[in-house]
Design a binder for this molecule. Structure first.
Ligand code: ATP
Length: 748
C-alpha cells in the first residue's frame, strides 16, 4: 500500500489552522461518534435465548448492556490502562502543526484526546520514527526537590517484642515460611497494639475490625515505620495493601501538611488504582487528609481540578501521572515534596515499556524519599531493576516466590476445546447448587470474552465481560456491579488478574490457560483471599503440555497434589526436553529455565514460516550485531490505511514491515507475548503476513511480500497505539541486541 492510500483523520478538504479550530473539529467528531453510538444502541434488539434459569431483573438489564457493548464497542475510542494515551495524542498533534512541541498543554478531556490523531499518516515513516523517538526523550518538568526535613523513623519496638529471644523470632518466621534479608531488619510484631500507633489510626483499625495483622503485615509494618525501604513479596490476598497504606498514613500524620503531594502510590492498572484509592477513603476521612486517584480513560480535567484543590496523597497509574506532571508546563502537579512512595504490583510495573515511565516519575520525587515495593510475583529479572529505585531495602518474602495460596483448591480438566463450554456449564451448575459466591472466568482474548459471556447468558447464567477494549466507564461499572453482587459471573481477560479484591469470589475458571505462569498465580489469587478458601479450575487441551509442565512445577513448589493426567503431560513434555526436542525455561527463573519462551516462540515462528532455511534458527547465536546500528531504525516502516466498511465506518490498518530488521529485534517485536499484550491493550488484531527474505533477496512479482505485521482495528486510535507499542518493543529489541554485543565483546 502506498503512502497515497493512507487515510487522513482530518476532515476532508479542511486546513485547520488554529488550535481552537482543531479542537472544535475533534469535539464535533466526538459528538458524531457519540450520536452514532447512541443510535446503534437504541436500534439493537436484545434477544435472550431460552433460559435454563430465571435471570434477575437488574442483572438482565446489565447483561443487556453487556450485549450492546459487545456490538457497539468496536467503534469506540479505545484506551489502554497504562499507556501513553495523552502523550501519543499530543505527539500526533505536534506533527500536524509541525511546530516544536510545547510542554504541558492542558487538555479538555481524554475523550477529546482519544479522537485526536491528526496528520501522522502524512509523514514519512522515518520522520515518524525520529519524531516518536524525540517524544520519548521528552522529560517531565523537574522542580528542585523540597529540602524541608521530614520524619520517617516512627517506630519504637514494643517491650513484648524486645523480650523475645532470637530463637522465638526465628520460630515465628518459620511458621509462615518467611525469609528476611537486609541490614538490621526489625523483628515482626504479632498484634496491632505493638505498633504504637496514634489514636486516629487505631480507630481506623478498629473500624476495619481485623483481629490481627497478617504475616506480611507483621514483618513489613515495623520495618517501613522505621523508615526503611522495603521489597515485600507475599501471596495474593495476603494483605499487602494495608502493609503499605498504614505506614503511608502514619507518615503523613507525622509530617507537616503541605500544599503539595507528599505520598504517591503507583499501580499498573486502573482497576487496581481505584481499588487502592477506595481502601484509602476511610483513612482520608478519619485523618482529614485529601487524596486523588488518577488513571487514564477518565477526564483529565476533573483530575486536574482535584489536584488543584490540594492533595496529600495521589494513587495513580504511570501513564496518566506523566500526563499530569507535564500538564501546563509542570504547574498542575509536582512531586518534589513526595517523601513516601509505593510501587504496587512492582513486577508488572517494570514490565515491558513501563520502566522508563516509572523512572521518569521517580526522578522528580525527593531523592531522600522512602520507597516500598510490593508484589505477589517477582521474577528474578526484575530484581536488579527494582533495586535501582530503592536504597538498602529490607527484603521480605512470605512463603516461596510465585506460589499459589494454599487455601485455593486447584483443579484441572484436560479436555478437547469443544468440550470446554459444556464442562463449564456443568461446573457452574454444581457450584451454584452449593455456593452463593461469585465466579470469575478467564479467557485469553477480548472477542472470546464477549462471546463466552453471551453464550453463558443464552444458557441462563447472567454474565458480564470485562477486557481492555471496553471503555473505562464501563470497566469501572462492571467491576462495581460484580463487587456489589448485581452480577455474579464475570468473564474477563487477564486485565482482571491482578489486585482485584472481590468478596465472596469463590470460583476461578481458567477457560484458557494463562500464557505466563505469574499470570496463573495472580488469576487464581482472585479467590482464597484474606483467610478464606476458594477453588480454581483450569482447562487445558492435551496439546498444552508446556502449560501443564509449568503448572506441575507450581504445584510441586507449593507442595500440592499433582493430578495424574497433568503429571503425564508434564512428563511427556520433560521427556521431549531430554531428547532435546525443546529446551526448558519459564517465568519462574533459574538459569536453565530462562529460554523456554524463546524456544516456544522459535518453534511457533518456524511453524509459521517466519524463517527460511538460510537463516540461523537459534536466536542470539549468530553474530548479527553488525546489523544493529541506529540507521537500522530506518527499516521500521509503517504504512497506515483504511478500508470503508459502510457509509460511515471503516476498518483501519497499519502494515509494519519487519523483514529487514535484525533477527533478534524482529523476534522481540513480534513474539507472542508482546503481540498478546498489544492486542489486549488496544483492541486490535495483529497477524504476521508475508514471508521472510534473507539479506539481499527480494520477492519477485508473483511472490509473497516480505515479512510484515498487519495491525487491524475498528478505530484509528487503537491501531496507532498498537503501532506505538510495537515500536517500543522494537527499540527494546535493538537495545537488547546492542547490549548482547557489548557482553560478547567484554568477556575475556
Ligand atoms: N489483617 C487482616 N485481617 C483480615 N483481613 C485483612 C487483613 N488485612 C487485609 N485484609 C483483607 O484481605 C483482603 C486482601 O487484602 P489485599 O487486597 O491487601 O491483598 P493483596 O496481598 O494485596 O493481594 P493481591 O496480591 O492479589 O493484590 C482485603 O479484602 C483486605 O481488606
Amino acid at each position: 500500500m502506498s503512502q497515497d492510500a493512507v487515510s487522513s483523520p482530518r476532515l476532508a478538504g479542511q486546513e485547520l489552522t488554529s488550535a481552537e479550530e482543531k479542537r472544535r473539529a475533534r469535539l464535533s467528531k466526538l459528538a458524531a461518534w457519540k450520536k452514532k453510538k447512541e443510535a446503534v444502541t437504541a436500534k439493537q434488539p436484545v434477544k435472550f435465548a431460552a433460559r435454563a434459569r430465571p435471570v434477575p431483573k437488574k442483572a438482565a438489564k446489565l447483561v443487556r448492556r453487556n450485549l450492546l457493548d459487545a456490538e457497539t464497542e468496536m467503534s469506540a475510542p479505545v484506551e489502554d490502562e497504562i499507556h501513553h494515551e495523552v502523550d501519543l495524542d499530543k505527539f500526533y498533534e505536534s506533527l500536524s502543526t509541525d511546530k516544536p512541541k510545547e510542554q504541558g498543554t492542558i487538555f479538555e478531556s481524554d475523550e477529546e484526546l482519544g479522537s485526536e490523531s491528526d496528520d501522522v499518516d502524512q509523514v514519512d515513516p522515518e520522520k515518524l520514527l525520529q519524531a516518536i523517538n524525540e517524544k520519548n526523550k521528552k522529560t517531565v518538568p523537574e522542580h528542585p526537590p523540597s529540602r524541608s526535613p521530614f520524619a520517617k523513623s516512627l517506630y519504637v519496638e514494643n517491650s513484648a517484642i524486645s523480650e523475645l529471644s532470637n530463637e522465638e523470632v526465628d520460630l515465628l518466621r518459620l511458621k509462615d515460611a518467611i525469609s528476611v534479608r537486609g541490614k538490621t531488619v526489625r523483628r515482626p510484631i504479632v498484634a496491632w497494639n505493638q505498633l504504637g500507633l496514634p489514636s486516629s489510626l487505631v480507630s481506623v483499625l478498629e473500624t476495619l475490625d481485623f483481629a490481627a495483622p497478617t504475616p506480611i503485615q507483621c514483618e513489613s509494618l515495623p520495618n517501613i515505620m522505621s523508615g526503611r525501604d522495603l521489597i515485600g513479596i507475599a501471596k495474593t490476598g495476603s494483605g499487602k495493601t494495608l502493609s503499605f497504606l498504614l505506614p503511608l498514613f502514619r507518615h503523613l500524620l507525622a509530617n507537616p501538611a503541605s500544599s503539595s503531594v507528599r505520598a504517591l502510590v503507583m499501580t499498573p492498572t486502573r482497576e487496581l488504582a481505584m481499588q487502592i484509592f477506595k481502601e484509602c477513603q476511610l483513612f482520608l476521612r478519619t485523618l482529614n487528609l485529601k487524596g486523588c486517584c488518577c488513571y487514564g480513560g477518565q477526564s483529565i480535567s476533573h483530575q486536574i481540578a482535584e489536584i488543584k484543590k490540594g492533595c496529600d496523597l495521589v494513587v495513580a497509574t504511570p501513564g496518566r501521572l506523566i500526563d499530569l506532571l507535564c500538564a501546563n508546563g509542570g504547574r498542575v502537579l509536582r512531586l518534589s515534596h513526595v517523601t513516601y512512595l509505593v510501587l504496587d504490583e512492582a513486577d508488572r510495573m517494570f514490565d515491558m515499556g513501563f520502566e522508563p515511565q516509572v523512572m521518569k516519575i521517580l526522578k522528580v520525587t525527593r531523592p531522600d524519599r522512602q520507597t516500598v515495593l510490593f508484589s505477589a510475583t517477582f521474577p528474578p529479572r526484575m530484581e536488579a531493576l527494582a533495586r535501582r529505585c530503592l536504597s538498602e531495602p529490607v527484603e521480605i518474602l512470605v512463603g516461596a516466590k510465585n506460589l499459589v495460596n494454599d487455601r485455593i483448591e486447584q483443579r484441572f480438566n484436560v479436555l478437547e476445546d469443544d468440550a470446554k463450554f459444556p464442562k463449564l456449564l456443568e461446573i457452574l451448575a454444581k457450584f451454584k447448587l452449593v455456593d452463593q459466591g461469585k465466579v470469575l472466568i478467564f479467557v485469553d482474548r477480548q472477542d472470546g470474552c464477549d462471546l463466552l459471556a453471551n453464550q453463558l447468558i443464552s444458557q441462563g447464567y447472567p454474565a458480564l465481560s470485562l477486557h481492555g477494549g471496553k471503555e473505562q466507564i464501563d470497566r469501572d461499572g462492571i467491576i462495581t456491579d460484580f463487587k456489589n453482587n448485581i452480577i455474579d459471573i464475570l468473564v474477563a481477560t487477564s486485565v482482571a488478574s491482578r489486585g482485584l479484591d472481590v468478596k465472596d469470589l469463590n470460583l476461578i475458571v481458567n477457560y484458557d490457560p494463562p500464557s505466563h505462569m505469574e499470570d496463573y498465580v495472580h488469576r487464581v489469587g482472585r479467590t482464597g483471599r484474606a483467610g478464606n478458601s476458594g477453588t480454581s479450575v483450569t482447562f487445558l487441551n492435551r496439546h498444552q503440555e508446556r502449560s501443564a509442565s509449568d503448572i506441575v512445577k507450581i504445584l510441586e513448589l507449593s507442595e500440592a497434589a499433582v493430578p495424574e493426567e497433568l503429571q503425564k503431560m508434564a512428563t511427556r513434555f520433560r521427556e521431549r526436553l531430554r531428547k532435546g526436542e525443546v529446551k526448558y525455561g519459564s517465568g519462574f527463573g533459574g538459569r536453565g529455565l530462562e529460554k523456554l519462551e524463546e524456544i516456544r516462540e522459535q518453534k511457533r515462528r518456524l511453524d509459521n514460516g517466519l524463517y527460511d532455511e538460510d537463516e540461523p534458527q537459534e536466536p542470539g547465536n549468530e553474530d548479527e550485531t553488525a546489523e544493529v546500528s541506529s540507521d537500522k531504525l530506518g527499516n521500521f516502516q509503517v504504512e497506515f490505511g483504511s478500508t470503508k466498511r459502510g457509509a460511515d465506518s471503516a476498518i483501519y490498518h497499519a502494515r509494519l514491515n519487519i523483514n529487514d530488521l535484525p533477527q533478534s529485534t524482529r523476534w522481540h517485536v513480534s513474539n507472542k507475548d508482546n503481540i498478546n499484550k498489544v492486542v489486549e491493550s488496544t483492541s486490535t488484531a495483529i497477524t504476521t503476513k508475508g514471508r521472510y527474505y534473507g539479506p539481499g533477496k527480494e520477492p519477485g512479482p508473483s511472490d509473497d511480500p516480505k515479512l510484515y505485521l498487519l495491525i487491524e482495528g475498528d478505530n484509528e486510535v487503537g491501531v496507532r497505539q498498537a503501532v506505538e507499542m510495537l515500536r517500543r518493543g522494537l527499540v527494546e529489541g535493538l537495545k537488547g541486541s546492542l547490549e548482547e554485543r557489548k557482553r560478547k565483546f567484554s568477556i575475556v
